[in-house]
Design a protein around this ligand. Structure first.
Ligand code: NAP
Length: 484
């Protein structure tokens, strides 16, 4: 069980190992820049051995009963809840989010373990009446084989259980490469699965600060039959192209540019509360964060006033400090991107109503903190209207008609989450059906859950995670025709 040594963060065939050459990379707290640990910096050779282990474990694991696989996931769920506070503190320290948000994420991560423990038992096949006498069709669902999973830093535990739980529930084995910024969260989740009884080789962990050679091995190996990736659209497109060479199945959970539409029949104060909660969640570093907040002209003033009043109460700081609701951005590049979008918008005529700069007082200069920001009068000419922000900036855009706003909301290559506020049932139905997004929240800022399919259209990705759909991603369909 981890940790044999602090830097033994590779889990290969049930053993916690250091990198072959002993190389490590630093893990720092984004709020303070302090060193909190080191992780093994694996390369191609360790990745190959992790694939070997997953390939060897596949036969026995896929032959286990669904009930046995479910038992392991259920125990892992219970352990995760028992350890929830320790896991939340680790996450808050390593990733930076406020402790309350980290506690929520631990529960969300555990939900996937429980959900897929149950779904493991419901991998039903079908029999189909044949068009021929003396003939039968039977449909089986079988695990795809070895899976490669690559996860981001912004949700460093739930993005792992959202992949590992359905993979092992289906009878697959997996090699996981977590983000460089949050390897310790990955170690904690994998150690917990191991403690819950997951056999050696079923889930393997490869930490690295060199994603290219590791990614290259995962893509090139024909034994890896599926790639499940969560991260940026740019990297996802490259990996999907690489996966094509060995015709792997792919699930891609990529970037977003969510519209939030507030109609003038909605309560602007209630909608502003929702916008604040959704926008500043995880300091805006969420793929479903509202990036364009369209507000109908009749309520735009009242909405903006309420949004500013709420946003002004948010307090920034290290996630583990009491009362903090805004953590740091992940790194300097994120800070530069947010500042560039804000400056560009102001230059092109947006109104800066609140914030707009880096925060450096009271020790915040040790991390990448950006003031919670509200921009009004945003339009199509501005970078923020097109680029994913991934930071704490609420961009308010006035509009006039339903038809106009649906067209503008859909005018993006992304298609992950979207939101609308209205009290009119007909409008809610029309607009939610017309929005070209994988997820629509109607008067709802959290349209997600382990039991519900999460995923996007367009350049936001392929496939779904969670729900019954989330298990299908790890199952091949086999047709058996029998002449009697
Ligand atoms: P990223 O830069 O694409 O990185 C994601 C993962 O890919 C990391 O583990 C990264 O490793 C790895 N990676 C990068 N290049 C690779 C390569 N050539 N081969 C193999 N792996 C490679 O994304 P991020 O900045 O971590 O995450 C933010 C993005 O994720 C945003 O665009 C956000 O919208 C999206 N996201 C989407 C969802 C969703 O469900 N749709 C959920 C959360 C986040 P390193 O860390 O070592 O670079």
């Amino acid at each position: 069980m981890y940790p044999a040594a602090d830097t033994a963060t590779l889990l290969i065939d049930g053993k916690w190992l250091e990198a072959d050459d002993g190389a490590t990379f630093p893990v720092t707290a984004p709020a303070t820049g302090e060193l909190i640990g080191r992780a093994a910096d694996a390369g191609a050779a360790e990745t190959d051995r992790a694939i070997d282990a997953a390939a060897a474990a596949f036969g026995p694991w896929s032959a286990e009963t669904a009930y046995a696989r479910a038992d392991v996931l259920r125990r892992a769920h219970d352990l995760m809840l028992e350890r929830a506070e320790d896991l939340a503190v680790l996450m808050s320290t390593e990733q930076g989010k406020p402790l309350k948000a980290a506690r929520n994420e631990v529960r969300y991560a555990a939900d996937f373990l429980a959900w897929f423990a149950e779904e493991a038992k419901r991998v039903h096949g079908r029999t189909i009446p044949s068009n021929r006498r003396g003939h039968r069709f039977q449909v089986l669902k079988q695990p795809v084989g070895v899976v490669a999973g690559i996860t981001p830093w912004n949700y460093p535990m739930s993005m792992i259980t959202r992949k590992v739980a359905p993979a092992v529930a289906a009878g697959c084995t997996i090699v996981l490469k977590p983000a460089e910024q949050t390897p310790l969260c990955a170690v904690a989740v994998l150690a917990l699965l191991e403690e819950a009884g997951l056999p050696p080789g079923v889930a393997n962990l490869v930490t690295t600060a060199r994603p290219e050679p590791v990614g290259e091995r995962l893509l090139a190996d024909p034994r890896v039959r599926k790639l499940t990736f969560t991260g940026s659209t740019e990297v996802g497109m490259r990996l999907a192209a690489g996966a094509a060479a060995t015709m792997k199945r792919v699930s891609m959970e990529l970037g977003g540019h969510a519209p939030m539409i507030v109609f003038d029949d909605a309560d602007p104060v209630h909608a502003a509360k929702g916008a604040t909660l959704a926008k500043f969640l995880n300091t805006g570093q969420a793929c479903i964060s509202p990036n364009r907040i369209y507000v109908q002209r009749g309520v735009v003033e009242a909405f903006t006033e309420a949004l500013v009043a709420r946003t002004a109460t948010l307090s920034a700081g290290p996630g583990t400090s009491p009362g903090v609701s805004i953590g740091p951005l992940v790194d300097d590049a994120a800070l530069t991107k947010v500042q560039r979008q804000v400056d560009d918008a102001v230059e092109r005529g947006a109104r800066l109503v609140l914030g707009g700069t880096r925060l450096t007082e009271d020790g915040l200069d040790r991390g990448c903190f950006f003031a919670p920001t509200v921009l009004a009068d945003i339009d199509e000419t501005m970078l923020i209207y097109r680029e994913e922000t991934f930071g704490p900036v609420a961009a308010v855009i006035p509009f006039d008609t339903e038809e106009e706003v649906v067209a503008r909301a859909n005018d993006t290559a992304y298609g992950l989450a979207s939101y609308l506020y209205t009290r009119d049932l007909g409008r809610a139905t029309r607009v939610s059906e017309a929005l070209r997004f994988g997820i629509v929240g109607v008067n709802d800022i959290n349209p997600t859950g382990a039991q519900a399919p999460f995923g996007g259209v367009g350049v936001s990705g392929l496939g779904r995670e969670g729900g019954v759909e989330g298990l299908d991603e790890y199952l091949d369909v086999k047709l058996i025709g029998t002449a009697l």
